[in-house]
Design a protein around this ligand. Structure first.
Ligand code: IBG
Length: 413
C-alpha cells in the first residue's frame, strides 16, 4: 500500500513502456528491477511471482500483478485516469485498445526479418495515417475539447501521446495532416511533466501537511515560494486565489485553495482516504483532531513573548492528555498497524507529522505511549516517508524566528 510500485522487466521499452508512461502521467514514482539473466527470470517463476510465467510484473499495493492490460486498468483506475462512469470507461477502452494494436506493430518491428523491415515500416505508417490517427483527429475535432474523453486527461490521452511519439520516431512528419493531434499532443506533454505546483512561503505553516501527503503518496511536486508581500499581491490580483489566501496548489488543471480542500483532493486521488464512507468518517474525525493540535503547535512561534509560557503548557497538556491518548487508544483497541482499515491513510501520515512536531517541543512526549512509539517507527520506515524524512527532501525544517518574521511580512498587512 505504502511503498512505490516496483516494475520487473528488461531494461528496455517492450511491454512495460506503456505502464511506465501511465505511472509517469499519474505523477507516481516507481522502482524498477531489470532482468539481466535467465536465472533471475526462472527464480521469479519458482518463487511463484509470475502467474502465467511472464513479465511485465508490477508489485503494487501488496499484489504481484501480471498481464499488461490488467496492470494498466488498475493503475488508470487508482489514479483517476479511467473516466468518471461506465460510458467514459468504454470510450477509453476502445481508444486504448485501438492504440495498443498500433503499438503492437511498433513493438514487433525490431523483430522483423531484414527483408521485411521496409514493408513493415510502410504498414506502420499506413495504419497510423489511414486508420488510427484519423480516428483521434476526428474525435477531437468533433467535441472541440482538449482531451479525448470527458474533457479531462485520461489513460486514452497518455496512450495516444505514447503512440504519437513512437510513430514520429519512425515517421517524423506523420502528424502533418493532423492539426488536432499536434495541439493535444502538446497539452498532454505539458500535463505529463505537470507536477503539482505548490504556492506558499518557504516554511511549514499550512502547506506542510500538503507536502507530507504528496510525499507519502510518492508524488513529485514543485514549489513556488512567496518571498515578499508583492508576490502574494500578484497572485491575488491575477485571480489565482479564490479567497486571496495561500496555500494554493495547481493540480490537474485546477488552482486549489483551502488547505482541507487540497488535502481531501490529494488523499482521494492517491487512495489515502479510506475505502468507504465509514472509514472516511473515522479518518475525518482523527485528522480534524490532528489539525487542531497541529494548529496549536504551529501558532506557538507567532505569539508575543509574554503569552508563550502559558500557551506552551496548555498546548503540551492537550498533546499529552487529549490527542495522543486518543490515538494510542485507537491503535490499542484494534491492534492493527494503521489507524483506519489496516492500510495506510492520510490519518497515519498526518499523525506522524504532528508527533514529530510535538517531539521538537518535548523530545520524550511519547514516553507514555508505547503504541505511538512503534507506530512512529513503522511509519518512518515506509519508503516514501523514509525518503521524505531524509535531509535534503522537500520537508521543511523546524520553524525559525526568521521564518516567522518573513511570514509576518508577507501575510500581515
Ligand atoms: N482556511 C484557509 C486555509 O486553510 O487554506 C486559511 C489560509 C490562510 O490563513 N492563509 C494565510 C494567507 O494567505 C497564509 S498562512 N493570508 C493572506 C491573507 O490576505 O489572508 C498563515 C499562517 C501561518 C502559520 I504562515 C500559521 C498559521 C497561519
Amino acid at each position: 500500500m505504502s511503498g512505490k510500485p516496483r516494475l520487473t522487466y528488461l531494461n528496455g521499452r517492450g511491454r512495460m513502456e506503456s505502464i511506465r508512461w501511465l505511472l509517469g502521467a499519474a505523477g507516481v514514482e516507481f522502482e524498477e528491477v531489470y532482468l539481466e539473466t535467465k536465472e533471475q527470470y526462472e527464480k521469479l517463476i519458482k518463487d511463484g511471482f509470475l502467474l502465467f510465467q511472464q513479465v511485465p510484473l508490477v508489485e503494487i499495493d501488496g499484489m504481484k500483478m501480471v498481464q499488461t492490460r490488467a496492470i494498466m486498468s488498475y493503475i488508470a483506475g487508482k489514479y483517476n485516469l479511467y473516466g468518471k462512469d461506465l460510458k467514459e470507461r468504454a470510450l477509453i477502452d476502445m481508444y486504448v485498445e485501438g492504440l495498443s494494436d498500433l503499438m503492437q506493430m511498433i513493438l514487433m518491428f525490431p523483430f522483423s526479418p531484414p527483408d521485411a523491415k521496409e514493408k513493415n515500416l510502410e504498414s506502420i505508417k499506413e495504419r497510423a495515417t489511414n486508420r488510427y490517427f484519423p480516428v483521434f483527429e476526428k474525435v477531437l475535432k468533433q467535441h472541440g475539447q482538449d482531451f479525448l474523453v470527458g474533457n479531462k486527461f485520461s489513460w486514452a490521452d497518455v496512450q495516444l501521446m505514447e503512440a504519437i511519439l513512437a510513430v514520429e520516431e519512425k515517421v517524423p512528419d506523420v502528424l502533418s495532416g493532423f492539426p488536432q493531434l499536434q495541439i493535444p499532443g502538446n497539452q498532454a506533454r505539458g500535463n505529463m511533466s505537470g507536477k503539482p505546483k505548490l504556492h506558499y512561503f518557504n516554511g511549514r505553516g499550512r502547506m506542510e501537511p500538503i507536502r507530507w501527503l504528496l510525499a507519502a503518496a510518492g508524488v513529485e511536486f514543485e514549489e513556488s515560494y512567496l518571498e515578499k508581500k508583492e508576490d502574494l499581491t500578484k497572485l491575488q490580483n491575477d485571480g489565482s486565489l479564490l479567497f486571496q489566501q495561500v496555500p494554493m496548489v495547481e493540480i490537474d488543471g485546477m488552482k486549489l485553495v483551502q488547505t482541507r480542500a487540497i488535502v481531501n483532493y490529494i488523499s482521494t486521488k492517491y487512495n489515502h482516504y479510506g475505502k468507504d464512507m465509514k472509514e472516511r468518517a473515522l479518518i475525518d474525525m482523527y485528522v480534524e483532531g490532528m489539525f487542531d493540535l497541529n494548529e496549536l503547535l504551529m501558532k506557538y512561534g507567532y505569539l508575543p513573548a509574554d503569552q508563550k509560557e502559558e500557551y506552551f503548557s496548555n498546548m503540551m497538556d492537550k498533546a499529552e492528555n487529549r490527542y495522543f491518548p486518543a490515538f494510542e487508544k485507537v491503535l490499542k483497541e484494534h491492534g492493527k498497524d494503521f489507524l483506519v482499515g489496516n492500510q495506510l491513510s492520510r490519518a497515519d501520515v498526518q499523525l506522524l507529522e504532528v508527533i514529530l512536531m510535538a517531539e521538537e517541543y518535548k523530545p520524550d512526549i511519547l514516553a507514555k505511549f508505547p503504541l505511538l512509539q512503534s507506530f512512529k517507527a513503522r511509519l518512518s520506515n515506509i519508503p516514501t516517508i523514509k525518503k521524505f524524512l531524509q535531509p535534503g527532501s522537500q520537508r521543511k525544517p523546524r520553524t525559525t524566528e526568521e521564518d516567522i518574521a518573513r511570514a509576518i511580512k508577507i501575510f500581515r498587512s
